[in-house]
Design a binder for this molecule. Sequence first.
Ligand SMILES: [Mg+2]
Length: 93
Amino acid sequence: MLSVIIERHHRWLVAMGYTTATPLESLALITSEIGEAANECRTGAPTEQFSEELADIVLRTFGLARSLNIDIEAAMLAKIEKNEATGRKGRLI
Ligand SMILES: [Mg+2]
């Protein structure tokens, strides 16, 4: 399912010509979406727009990964497994 979403979003990015951003520019755009999400909950409970801004963060992240041929689904699963194996060892939290 995740790959379906990623590929659909990628096709839209290509169709719109939104594939020229450098990795650093893409990270800046992800940061801007985080700011938009923060704005949607700055007065307390998240607004109705909050979920859309969260989606923007994830879609921009998926788009960056796809543009760099990073298998983000595999990377996420590997990170979950790493987290599960590590637990809180070596962490201050
Ligand atoms: Mg947004």
